[in-house]
Design a binder for this molecule. Structure first.
Ligand SMILES: [Zn+2]
Length: 329
C-alpha cells in the first residue's frame, strides 16, 4: 500500500474488508469472469491464477492485469502516479473484436476533427475511486490529443499483496462501454461487447490522464497502535522538528514528558495544545507514523510538532520538514 485518497479510514476499512473477503472467498465463493467475443470470437472463463476475483461490499473486484490481458487490452503501471492504466487500441482491421469495437466507438463519436483515432485508456490509482477515461487521438509526431472524462467508481482501486491492483469489474466495464451481466447462481460475471455501440458523453478535451490525488504523498500506516482504531480528523500540515531525551534538548525537564512518563523515542511527540490536539492523543504523521502527544514545550508554536528521536545527533541533523497530520479516533 502506498497512497491514499480520501481519508485513512477508507483505507483501513478497505484492508479489513479485503482480508475478510479473501478469507471468506476461499471457503465460500469461486467467482468466475467469462468473456464472450472480446479477444476472439469465442469466449472463455478467465484463469486469474493467484489473484482470484474478490467480492467486497457485494461488488466484484478483478485483478486488473489478468483481466486486461485476457481481454486483449494493454496494461501498464505508472510507478510515479501509483496508477494502473488499461489501453484498448482502436483498429477497424484488427482480429481482436475489442479493438474493432474501440474503433466503432470513435466512429460513433463522429468526425470531430481531433485527429486520428488511436486508443481508449482508463487509468485507476491505488486507493482512489476516480477513474480517468480518455479517447486518444493521434495528432502526429507522437503527440496525443485526449477527449475524456472522469468516473467515480463504486469503490477504490485496491492493492493487495503489495502488487496486485484489484478494480471494481462492473465500473470498469461500463467505462469501457462493455456489457456485464452477473449470475448469482453461477457466481459468474459475463462480459461482452454490446450489439449497439456505447460511447461516453459529456466529454471534454483533457491532458489529464491519471486521477488526482486527494493528499499528495500520503503514506498510510503499516500498523495501528493498541487502542487506536481509525485515522480521524485531518489536522493540516505541520512543521516537524526533532528532539531527544538529553539535557540539551530538554533543559530542566530531563527526560520526562509533560503528561506521560519518560520520553519514548519513536512514540513521544511534543505538541501545542492550541492546535486542538488533546493531551495523550495519538496522531498519524505522514511519512513518520503513529505518535502520541505526550509532551509540550514553550518552543512549540502553532502547527508545529516536536518529534522525539533516540540520539542527540539525529535530533540536531536533518531538515525541518512539513507533513500532513491526522488525529486518531
Ligand atoms: Zn538532545
Amino acid at each position: 500500500m502506498k497512497k491514499l485518497k480520501r481519508t485513512a479510514l477508507m483505507l483501513i476499512t478497505g484492508i479489513i474488508a479485503i482480508s475478510l473477503g479473501a478469507g471468506a472467498m476461499a471457503q465460500n465463493y469461486d467467482i468466475k469472469v467469462q468473456i464472450d467475443g472480446i479477444l476472439h470470437n469465442s469466449g472463455g472463463v478467465i484463469d486469474f491464477g493467484e489473484y482470484k476475483p474478490l467480492q467486497i461490499d457485494s461488488r466484484t473486484y478483478v485483478h486488473t492485469r489478468t483481466f486486461a490481458e485476457n481481454a486483449g487490452m494493454k496494461v501498464g503501471w505508472d510507478q510515479d502516479n501509483q496508477t494502473a492504466f488499461i489501453k484498448v487500441i482502436a483498429d477497424k482491421n484488427s482480429d481482436k473484436p475489442i479493438e474493432v469495437y474501440a474503433a466503432e466507438q470513435f466512429d460513433a463519436l463522429g468526425d470531430n476533427g481531433f485527429g486520428t483515432p488511436s486508443s481508449i485508456t482508463v487509468s485507476m490509482m491505488i486507493d482512489n475511486s476516480e477513474a480517468v477515461f480518455r479517447y486518444n487521438y493521434d495528432i502526429g509526431e507522437g503527440h496525443i490529443r485526449g477527449l475524456g472524462k472522469t468516473f467515480e467508481m463504486d469503490g477504490a482501486a485496491t492493492l493487495i499483496d503489495d502488487s496486485a491492483l484489484m478494480v471494481p469489474l462492473r465500473n470498469l466495464m461500463e467505462i469501457l462501454g462493455l456489457n456485464v451481466e452477473w449470475s448469482q447462481e453461477q457466481m459468474t460475471a459475463y462480459v461482452s461487447i454490446p450489439y449497439e455501440v456505447k460511447v461516453q458523453d459529456n466529454l471534454e478535451e483533457t491532458d489529464r490522464w491519471v486521477p488526482e490525488r486527494y493528499y499528495a504523498g500520503f503514506t498510510p500506516p503499516n500498523y495501528i497502535p493498541d487502542g487506536v482504531h481509525e485515522i480521524g480528523e485531518y489536522l493540516g500540515t505541520f512543521k516537524l522538528t526533532k528532539y531527544c531525551p538529553c539535557n540539551i534538548c530538554n533543559g530542566g525537564w530531563g527526560n520526562n514528558t509533560a503528561w506521560a512518563g519518560k520520553i519514548i523515542p519513536g512514540q513521544t511527540i511534543g505538541v501545542n495544545l492550541k492546535d486542538g490536539i488533546p493531551k495523550l492523543a495519538w496522531l498519524y504523521i505522514d511519512g513518520i507514523g503513529w505518535r502520541r502527544a505526550e509532551d509540550t514545550g514553550g518552543g512549540i508554536g502553532y502547527h508545529h510538532i516536536d518529534v522525539a528521536v533516540s540520539s542527540h545527533y539525529e535530533a540536531t541533523h536533518g531538515n525541518i520538514v512539513y507533513r500532513d497530520v491526522w488525529l486518531a479516533k
